[in-house]
Design a protein. Structure first.
Ligand code: ZN
Length: 184
């Protein structure tokens, strides 16, 4: 594996997100993209350096001043294309962005689907470990249902990663007082 590419991506994302915090208002933002890359490598057994680098970079264009051209210049066209696939169109409303993600989940390349599932795994973990400061339980429940729909719409790409997502979602359901997904 090209470790240098991954380390450079982590360094780049750390710099770009340096002033940002997660929605809980405390956690440094960079913890999230690093968590996403870690989930892919550790749980999913992913060894493709471009996928792991793109995971580390996946929120830089959406949430910082980073451009796709910049990503391509530093990390190549493959990483750029993965980041592009998982970046929301900021001209759409948040609701339309969510709908778009669901509608186009099955069009994602294998690498982008891996990143998407790991991203949702990290965010669903945060629903109970580091909840957003001003989110009500209802809003967290809604997010969880949407994340589940999203993962259901992705093509199956990695059994271990998908099983892990559903285990985390189950735990989130329990914590949020929701019905289990498991059929009795
Ligand atoms: Zn993310």
């Amino acid at each position: 594996m090209n470790q240098l590419l991954l380390l450079q991506a982590i360094a780049f994302a750390t710099q770009k997100h340096r002033t940002q915090r997660r929605k809980d208002g405390k956690t440094p933002y960079i913890n999230h993209p690093v968590h996403v890359a870690l989930i892919l490598a550790d749980i999913g057994g992913v060894e493709d350096a471009e996928v792991l680098a793109a995971a580390a970079l996946h929120d830089t264009v959406e949430d910082t001043d980073t451009t796709f051209e910049e990503i391509e210049a530093h990390f190549g066209a493959g990483v750029r294309s993965l980041v592009e696939e998982v970046t929301d169109d900021n001209t759409l409303s948040p609701q339309a962005q969510k709908q778009y993600q669901v509608d186009h989940a099955s069009d994602l390349s294998r690498g982008a689907a891996l990143i998407r599932i790991a991203d949702k795994t990290s965010n669903v973990t945060d629903l109970y470990e580091a909840p957003a400061k001003n989110w009500t339980v209802e809003r967290r429940q809604k997010y969880l249902v949407w994340a589940e729909t999203m993962v259901n719409e992705c093509n199956p790409v990695n059994r271990a990663l998908e099983d892990n997502f559903w285990a985390i979602a189950e735990k989130a359901r329990e914590q949020l007082g929701m019905r289990s997904n498991k059929v009795a």
